[in-house]
Design a protein around this ligand. Structure first.
Ligand code: NOJ
Length: 560
């Protein structure tokens, strides 16, 4: 019987980082024309929906996360008419479309911010943002000690003496969500796009909108050592996270933020079909994350604990159990994600001898060069784990090609604002944003049309051809064919997608679970080969299975 559950409870959503997906007009930057031309590819891959990173009019100080006009498409990416065509064509391919919405901040070129600058201190125009006088003699010190996520203080001073808040780059001033016009404007923007057929939104920095109105300094940091005693591997990372965890943080994950999303839910419910939201909410605990996805709030939220977990069976199992328990308690499906445009690609994370649990808001600085063969083996197993877990899953473009992080981009080409803001101590996120290889043996590897006027906006490595869609198509051992096969089975097997799992008994280092009807997934994260449990057939495996034994760093899907 076909499922009647809404699509977003089990969807596989493909993240399109638009600058780097496909370039239709040959200017070296991906665009809507490029996405439209690759819809048949996405259809054959078997994904249910696309999440498209910001495509709005933007000066691109943070590659589109600095929005100057939420109702216009940036000319670099196309036009509003092309966006409408894309939505319609994707729907014809059976693929839903979810744009990004960026409500925490605008660009400093947004009409509201320009008006605020022009109107001066004390004006109503400034009330839509967070302007304050400084502290200290002559107001020369920032109003408080908040820091920008990209490095440096979260405040910038204007020539008229006032300071404005930006939790990200200075070109991204934070909006004041206490202001009724801000709330009304975003509800209107949601209606604008829902009316054009989008199926939902990914909400950027969903946990950051509401600030403590007193704008107090950050609370003193907890010291992990001594307070928490000897630390296990997972505890160690948790402790690091706890250092920046505050029960009542002045700008992250404040309870009042949920009022905004209750109102947004009502807007989504005004439209026919199952429109849905996914929150980018960095919450300290699964309980705090679950608060975003209550029945009258958002539908889903990214589960970053899974992405941040190390390649360790105990670590992964506790993340899976906690996520399913907490989200299940509020009736929400879990989501699973291994990579995105903000973090090191997972074959490069998993290719390190010791994979550390990653800490939110910290640059991931692994030790030594990656063993990419190991990383790819684990990435194949991780894909089968992720796609077998109950709930929805996200695939970051190029993950299905097994792309590694490009860790040796020359400094001269780095564009992420983090590189400058960190005083050149953090290379930022460009290494996971290198344009995709589609075909051929040399740049632009089919990313741009033949004879394109400009080179890709980031240089592609010399070996990018071996990862191309063309090189992998039809090669049974390729990452692409593994993803295609897994997604095909996921559509066919009633056991997969939304639902529950039951753990099977397994030795340390092995994750094994059953899903009804008649399905099991086994992942071997140990150093020893592991005999597969009894099964009627091997549905899919991340590598050869000989003699009924699963080698280390491999996974298998079984019919029971
Ligand atoms: C989170 C986005 O994923 C990231 O790319 C962006 O820089 C920040 N939010 C600021 O909008």
């Amino acid at each position: 019987m076909p499922s009647t559950a809404p699509w977003w409870r089990s969807a596989v959503i493909y993240q399109v980082y638009i600058r780097s997906f496909a370039d239709g007009d040959g200017d070296g930057v991906g665009d809507i024309a490029g996405i439209r031309s690759r819809l048949p590819y996405l259809k054959s891959l078997g994904v249910d929906a696309l999440w498209i990173n910001p495509w709005y009019k933007s000066p691109m100080a943070d590659h589109g996360y600095d929005v100057a006009d939420f109702r216009e498409i940036d000319p670099l990416f196309g036009s509003l008419a092309e966006a409408e065509q894309l939505i319609e064509e994707a729907h014809r391919h059976g693929i839903r479309v979810i744009p990004d919405i960026v409500p925490n901040h605008t660009s400093d070129q947004h009409a509201w911010f320009r008006a605020a600058l022009a109107a001066g201190p004390g004006s109503p125009e400034r009330e839509r943002y967070v302007f304050r006088p400084g502290r200290g003699p002559g107001g020369g010190e920032p109003p408080n000690d908040w820091v920008s996520c990209f490095g440096g203080p979260a405040w910038t001073r204007l020539p008229d003496g006032q300071w404005y808040l930006h939790l990200f780059a200075p070109q991204q001033p934070d909006l004041n969500w206490e202001h009724p016009e801000v709330r009304a404007e975003f509800e209107s923007i949601l209606r604008f796009w829902f009316g054009r057929g989008v199926d939902g939104f990914r909400i950027d920095v969903a946990h950051g909108l509401v600030k403590d109105p007193e704008l107090p300094d950050l609370p003193p940091r907890e010291e992990p050592a001594g307070v928490l005693g000897p630390l296990s591997r997972r505890d160690e990372a948790d402790a690091a996270n706890r250092i920046r965890r505050h029960l009542d943080h002045p700008h992250w994950d404040r309870d009042e933020v949920h009022d905004i999303y209750r109102a947004w839910r009502k807007v989504a419910d005004e439209f026919p079909g199952d429109r849905s939201f996914v929150a980018e909410a960095w919450a300290d605990t699964p309980e705090r994350l679950a608060a975003y996805v209550r029945r009258d709030g958002l539908h889903t939220a990214f589960n970053f604990d899974f992405l941040m977990a190390s390649w360790d069976a105990k670590d992964l199992r506790s993340v899976i159990d906690d996520s399913l328990a907490m989200l299940g308690a509020v009736g929400a499906p879990a989501t699973w994600v291994l990579s995105n445009h903000d973090v090191m690609r997972h074959p490069s994370r998993y290719g390190r001898k010791t994979v550390k649990r990653w800490v939110a808001n910290e640059p991931y600085r692994p030790e030594g060069p990656p063993d990419l063969e190991l990383g790819r083996r684990r990435a194949r197993a991780a894909a089968l784990l992720m796609l077998a877990l109950p709930g929805g899953a996200y695939i970051y473009q190029g993950e299905e090609l097994g792309l590694p992080e490009v860790e040796d981009l020359p400094e001269a080409v780095l564009q992420d604002p983090i590189w400058e803001r960190s005083g050149h101590t953090d290379r930022g996120r460009d290494g996971c944003r290198v344009p995709l290889p589609w075909s051929g043996r040399s740049e632009p590897y089919g990313f741009s049309p033949a004879g394109a006027a400009a080179a890709p906006w980031l240089p592609q490595p010399a070996n990018w051809g071996e990862f191309s869609v063309q090189a992998q198509t039809g090669d049974e051992t390729s990452m692409l064919e593994l993803y295609r096969a897994a997604l095909r089975l996921r559509r066919e097997l009633p056991a997969l997608g939304d639902g529950t799992l039951t753990w099977l008994e397994a030795p340390d280092g092995v994750l094994a679970f059953r899903r009804a009807p008649g399905f099991a997934c086994v992942v071997n994260l140990s150093a020893e080969a592991h005999p597969l449990p009894g099964h009627t057939s091997l549905l899919l495996s991340s590598g050869p299975v000989e003699g009924g034994v699963l080698a280390p760093d491999h996974a298998a899907w079984l019919a029971l």
